[in-house]
Design a protein around this ligand. Sequence first.
Ligand code: RFL
Ligand code: PHB
Length: 392
Amino acid sequence: MKTQVAIIGGGPAGLLLAELLHRHGISSVVLERQTREHVLSRIRAGILEQTTVDVLREAGLATRMDAEGHEHDGMRIAWAGRDDFFIDCAKYQGKRFMAYGQVQIQEDLFAAADARGATVLTEALDVTPHEMTGERPFVTFHHNGDDVRLDCDYIAGCDGFHGVSRKSIPATVLREFEKAYPFGWLGILSRTPPLTDVTYVNHPRGFALASQRTAMLSRYYIQVPLEDRIEDWSDDRFWGELTRRFPPEMARRIVTGPSIEKSIAPLRSFVVEPMRHGRLFLCGDAAHIVPPTGAKGINLAVSDVYYLSRALAAFYRDGSASLLDGYSAMALRRVWSSERTSWYLTNLLHRFPTSSEFDQRAQESELDYLKGSVHAQAALAEQYAGMPFESA
Ligand code: RFL
Ligand code: PHB
């Protein structure tokens, strides 16, 4: 097989990259290890930044999102015993957000790929990139019992944190930056009307979050110890704990119901530099992980593939490799900005088992400052809304 860009991984990064390249007249083949059903069963992100919404709209991928998603202006912060307040990104930044699930984005991307007869090979096993630093890279894999070789000009590693792309780069070339947090998030999805605002709560019992997908679909999370298992958390126990952490007046407005999904995810910050090795480019979770506190994960995957598609388009259009050469540095500037915001919000809003009383007072003072200062709110609004893309 032969294509211009071999894309490893059919998550949001890989499938969106294929669509953006197609719009520039560049061919690609997507190699996904899992089945389509499996990819569509992963309930993950839900809040899209304005830049992400704009990319999806410009790529003609927004019809269902615009019909079913829920646009909103910012997020609310509440904490035990104090008044809550709203970080208004529309007011300070002129930017809005869209609540629209990652599952729906994946469905829309598969539908777009089907509609144009794109080559997306699922259950592609033992995918291995070769000759990344040479002129003629290729990828080998097993598919339907056959050994396949895919020749290409470039390889995009869009295969998530556990993928093969990053691991195929020599350790001497990559620098890793990592931070693990001493807790996880237990999340549930339920067919109940959500609270009006995406609301982050700091409570002595731990962090809690109310989010949304549609008018009749809610997403809630609570901070739990890393040792907790999903079997420990019945729906009743979850709702009891969630509503104890919300201020009473908000807790009364939370509509409970059976969960239709429940999972625990550990929190981690992780970045590799550079995001390129020869003709292999890393995008999305393959290169970086953010703790979910800033809702940045999928938005970074989208900005990476936006930058990479623009760089590949320039290369195929006029032979200029300068944007490809600048890809890693440009992508990493936005990555580090979101890493910093997610780390800051994680520290601000969670209860750390190792915190001293001093740490606790400092955290409360930070929250008071944020609540009382329009300057602090405008600064957080700028970061939460996400940095604009750099021009080419
Ligand atoms: P993905 O979505 O992990 O997709 C990678 C794809 O590559 C495939 N793959 C391979 N394919 C071929 N060969 C191999 N060797 C392969 N190895 C892996 C995988 O099957 C998969 O289909 O990465 P991508 O595209 O970079 O997208 C990133 C986002 O998915 C991610 O940033 C967010 O979902 C992160 N995240 C969240 N982000 C938010 O903004 N808000 C959230 O609420 C939120 N919740 C979450 C999350 C991530 C989670 N993970 C990864 C455990 C909740 C969870 C549980
Ligand atoms: C979600 O809706 O899943 C969500 C919202 C905000 C976050 C993380 C996840 O910070």
